[in-house]
Design a protein around this ligand. Structure first.
Ligand SMILES: Nc1ncnc2c1ncn2[C@@H]1O[C@H](COP(=O)(O)OP(=O)(O)OP(=O)(O)O)[C@@H](O)[C@H]1O
Ligand SMILES: [Mg+2]
Length: 339
C-alpha cells in the first residue's frame, strides 16, 4: 500500500521501477512524464501553468488521489506483496516515571539515520529500545506508541520470527543452547534462507573475530564464548545475516570489543539505527541524540558541526585509551610513552 506521504518522496523513476504498471496510469491520463523522471509526481504536476490547467482541464489534486488509488488497487489485484521496507519510525510521546507527559508530541526517525540515546543509569534508555522492539501501543510502562511508516504497525511484526522488524542487540546476552558457533550460524542462515550458507558463515566468523580480542573457531561451543566474543558474534551475525530494517543496540561499549568497528559494521544506508550509549564518541557519531531523564524523552539534539569536530578530539583520546588498554591486557606497565 502507498499513501500520500510516501508518494511525495518517490521520484517518477522510482515509482516506475517499484510499480511498473504505473506507466498505464500515465498514458491513460495523457501525462507525459518522460522529461521528469527525477521529479516526484507532485513536482511534475506543479510544472503545469495556469493556462495548461485550464486548457486541458487538469485537476491536480484529483490526479494525486487517483494515482494512489490506482497503485493500491493494482497491488491488491495483482496480489503483490511489497517488500517490507521501513522508511520511518515515529515515537509518540507517553509519560516519564512520575507520570508527567513527555512534552515533545512525536519524533520521526527516517531511514539511514543513526540515533543515539543518552541519559543517566536507570533513566530509561533500554526501556525506550524495548518500546520500539515491542512496537508499543500505549501498552508499556511509558505509555508511548510507535508508528512505522506513519501508521500503526501490523501486528505480525510483533510475532513473526523470520523476517523481524527489529534486530535487537541487548545488554544481556545469555546463550542457553548447546551448539557450536557453526551450528548456531547454520540455524540462522537456514531460517533466513541464504543461498551461499558456508560462505556467509565464514564471513560472520571473520567479522566477529575482527571485533573480538581472542579468536574463536567454527567448532567452539557458543556457551564457552566469552562475553565479548559472544557479543562480537551477535553483532557480526546481525550485520551480515539480518534483514531487519531497524537495528537497536544497547551499550556496545562494555563488551571489550572494538566498538567503532562494530558500529560501522551494523550501520547501513538502508536501516534505522538506535543505540543506547554512555560513550561520548559513539553518542556523537549519531546524527541526533535523544536525551532521557527520569524515564521520559527530555530533548533531541542534532549533532552539529562543532560537535562533529569535537568527535575528532575524542577519537584521539580514544586511541590513547585503547593503546593503554592493549598494554594493560598484555601485562605491560602503563607509562607515559603511549602518547
Ligand atoms: N516512563 C517510564 N515509566 C515507568 N517506568 C519506567 C519508565 N522509563 C523507564 N522505566 C523503568 O525504569 C527502569 C530503568 O530503566 P532502564 O533499564 O531503561 O534504564 P537505562 O537507562 O537503560 O539504564 P542503564 O544505563 O543502567 O542501562 C526499568 O525498570 C524501566 O522499565
Ligand atoms: Mg540499559
Amino acid at each position: 500500500m502507498i499513501n500520500r506521504q510516501q508518494l511525495e518522496k518517490l521520484t517518477i523513476n522510482e515509482l516506475e521501477s517499484k510499480y511498473p504498471f504505473i506507466i498505464t496510469f500515465f498514458t491513460d491520463n495523457k501525462l507525459d512524464v518522460e522529461d521528469y523522471s527525477d521529479d516526484t509526481f507532485i513536482e511534475y504536476l506543479e510544472h503545469f501553468t495556469e493556462e495548461d490547467i485550464e486548457e486541458w482541464a487538469i485537476d491536480t489534486s484529483k490526479l494525486i488521489e487517483d494515482i494512489i488509488i490506482y497503485i493500491n488497487r493494482m497491488l491488491e489485484f495483482l496480489g503483490i506483496k511489497e517488500d517490507k521496507s521501513v522508511d520511518s519510525l515515529t515515537i509518540i510521546a507517553g509519560h516519564d516515571k512520575s507520570g508527567n507527559d513527555e512534552g515533545f508530541g512525536e519524533i520521526t526517525i527516517n531511514k539511514s539515520e543513526i540515533i543515539s540515546i543518552v541519559g543517566p543509569t536507570g533513566s530509561g534508555k533500554s526501556r525506550l529500545l524495548a518500546d520500539i522492539e515491542w512496537t508499543a501501543m500505549k501498552d508499556t510502562p511509558t505509555g508511548r506508541s510507535i508508528l512505522i511508516n506513519g501508521e500503526e504497525p501490523d501486528k505480525k511484526w510483533r510475532f513473526s520470527s523470520g523476517n523481524k522488524l527489529v534486530a535487537q542487540l541487548s545488554q544481556n546476552m545469555n546463550f542457553v543452547m548447546d551448539l557450536t558457533a557453526n551450528e548456531f550460524l547454520e540455524l540462522h542462515a537456514k531460517s533466513r534462507m541464504v543461498e551461499n550458507e558456508e560462505e556467509v558463515i565464514k564471513k560472520i566468523i571473520e567479522a566477529a573475530n575482527n571485533l573480538a580480542g581472542e579468536k574463536f573457531e567454527l567448532d567452539t561451543p557458543i556457551t564457552s564464548l566469552s562475553g565479548g566474543q559472544s557479543r562480537a558474534l551477535m553483532i557480526a551475525d546481525t550485520a551480515i545475516l539480518s534483514t531487519s530494517p531497524i537495528v537497536l543496540i544497547d551499550e556496545i561499549e562494555n563488551a571489550g570489543i572494538d566498538r567503532k568497528k562494530a558500529l560501522n559494521l551494523l550501520v547501513s544506508k538502508e536501516k534505522i539505527v538506535l543505540m543506547a550509549t554512555h560513550d561520548p564518541s559513539l553518542a556523537l557519531m549519531a546524527d541526533k541524540r535523544i536525551v532521557i531523564k527520569n524515564g521520559g524523552i527530555h530533548k533531541v539534539i542534532k549533532t552539529g558541526k562543532e560537535e562533529k569536530e569535537m568527535l575528532l578530539e575524542l577519537e584521539k583520546m580514544d586511541k590513547v585509551i585503547k593503546a593503554m588498554r592493549t598494554s594493560l591486557r598484555k601485562g605491560e606497565l602503563i607509562t607515559n610513552s603511549v602518547n
